[in-house]
Design a protein around this ligand. Structure first.
Ligand code: BG6
Length: 459
């Protein structure tokens, strides 16, 4: 791989400590990074190189014994720091000089990957400064690409997402933009696509003739923790609905892509998202709920009397011949009885749920696939009873399991090699915002239900 410099804006933040640095370290330990690579952190506070490395070492979220001491030490040797305010051009000039210094040392024009690990309110300033400092321009025509990794949320609504896209588009082409939705990189989510298209068994029944409904759930026991401040202006629908859950839905509902190239897979996801509509009028009656857990409004950072939802349930349809009339339910919430992310596909059959085949894709925990089917109860009568066929990732031998990359490892790896399959395209982002705006419009008069923490069912 060509020498690469990975620049992290907001390197002292939580995301860098919890996800990015451990992922880079793991890729380094697996020898999946280029031989010549450097990580340059950029943030507001002032540190010497040594202080910075100590801070990273102390804060990075790795388990004792997870990596060899010498790997950690050598990895940290690749890291350096540049202090700067995100809106101050002088800091970017110093950063450019530091980058140029590495290129001079290596004697070549390296690739540059910029990761925006900062609150979205800072994106604009950083992008403008990247442009002004010419950091986004490759240093040579043939070698040395530049790419940008940008975290969700991509915009707050359709208009702001478009504006952000326009701004990024001034600096980078679509091929250089890696919009992160870490759910796309979860193994169990990618497996839905593999499972559907590698097994002839299900695809012929994957439509309105055989499928009765689909339920996409992302349930969490945790509350807003220390994120009250940022969460309160977002709410559950935009926090996980607009992105993670729509990507789950897309994996289940998309058509077979023309090929399994990044371009075709992204196009297939975008197409189905573009056809998603909330259930309006009588079709949606009684199927929409907005909830808030008791005590939320008193959480630090949350506005008193806040009406932000921490739970939602909604019904939608995909307007295509394949899915006409099949309801897709999306449900997500915080402070619930159980943490569980899964998709249940209910086949047609008996009237009650316990009389039908149900295919469940479990994304987490206990990743796997489960099928409920019926067998004859042994004996003289003709009676059937439900049984389950299961595949669990945890049944895979430990050695193979450890070879599985976690979400951020996979994302960073793919950004290095330029594979955009697991990143959201501009079409997907715009389609998802259009859908979310239609939902919020249809919710205008929906009352907010207060539910007790740890609730199992919210009505
Ligand atoms: C984040 C949301 O994008 O995803 C959080 O902002 C949510 O509110 C989280 O808890 C869930 O991700 P994971 O990987 O922990 O399931």
């Amino acid at each position: 791989m060509h020498p690469t410099i990975f620049v992290i804006f907001g390197v002292t933040g939580d995301l860098a400590a919890k996800k990015l640095i451990p992922a880079l370290l793991s890729l380094y330990a697996k020898k999946l990074l280029p031989q010549r690579f450097a990580v340059i952190g950029f943030s507001r506070r002032s540190f010497t190189r040594e202080e910075f490395r100590e801070l990273i070492r102390d804060r990075m979220n790795v388990k004792p014994g997870e990596f060899k001491e010498e790997d950690i030490k050598h990895f940290l040797d690749h890291m350096s720091y540049e202090q700067g305010m995100f809106d101050d051009r002088a800091g970017y000039a110093r950063l450019a000089e530091r980058i140029a210094e590495v290129d001079r040392r290596w004697g070549q024009c390296s690739n540059k990957l910029f990761h925006l690990s900062v609150p979205p309110s800072l994106y604009e300033g950083i992008l403008e400064n990247l442009e002004a400092s010419k950091l986004a321009e490759p240093c040579a025509d043939e070698t040395g690409w530049t790419r940008v990794l940008i975290e969700k949320p991509f915009g707050r609504d359709l208009a702001t997402a478009r504006a952000l896209d326009k701004l990024i588009g001034k600096l980078f082409d679509e091929k250089q933009i890696f919009r992160i939705d870490h759910y796309l990189a979860k193994e169990a989510l990618q497996n839905i696509i593999a499972f559907r298209f590698a097994n002839q068994l299900f695809e012929p029944t994957w439509d309105r003739q055989s499928i009765d409904k689909v339920h996409v759930k992302l349930l969490e026991t945790s509350d807003v923790t220390d994120r009250g401040d940022s969460y309160d202006s977002v709410g559950a629908l935009k926090d996980v609905g607009q992105n993670h859950m729509l990507m789950m839905l897309a994996a289940v509902a998309m058509n077979r892509p023309d090929s399994f190239s990044a371009e075709d897979i992204r196009a297939a996801r975008a197409k189905v998202l573009g056809r998603l509509r909330p259930a309006f009028g009588s079709a949606g009656k009684g199927c929409n709920t907005r909830g808030q857990y008791g005590g939320y409004a008193a959480e630090p950072g949350v506005a008193p009397g806040s009406e932000t939802e921490t739970y939602f349930r909604l019904k939608a349809f995909v307007s295509s011949s394949r899915w006409k009339g099949v309801p897709f339910y999306l449900e997500s919430g915080k402070a619930l009885a159980e943490s569980k992310t899964e998709i249940d596909v209910y086949f047609k059959g008996g009237k009650d749920d316990d009389k039908r085949n149900i295919l469940t894709f479990r994304i987490q925990p206990d990743e796997g696939i489960k099928i409920k089917f019926f067998v004859k109860t042994p004996g003289y009568e003709f009676k059937t009873e439900p049984k389950t066929l299961k595949f669990k990732y945890s049944d895979v031998p430990a050695a193979e399991w450890h070879a599985m990359p976690n979400d951020y490892e996979r994302l960073i790896h793919d950004a290095f090699i330029g594979d955009q399959t697991l990143f959201a395209s501009t079409e997907e982002i715009m389609a998802s915002w259009k859908f979310i705006e239609a939902v919020t419009k249809s919710w205008k008069k929906l009352p907010l239900v207060i539910y007790p923490k740890g609730a199992r069912e919210i009505r």
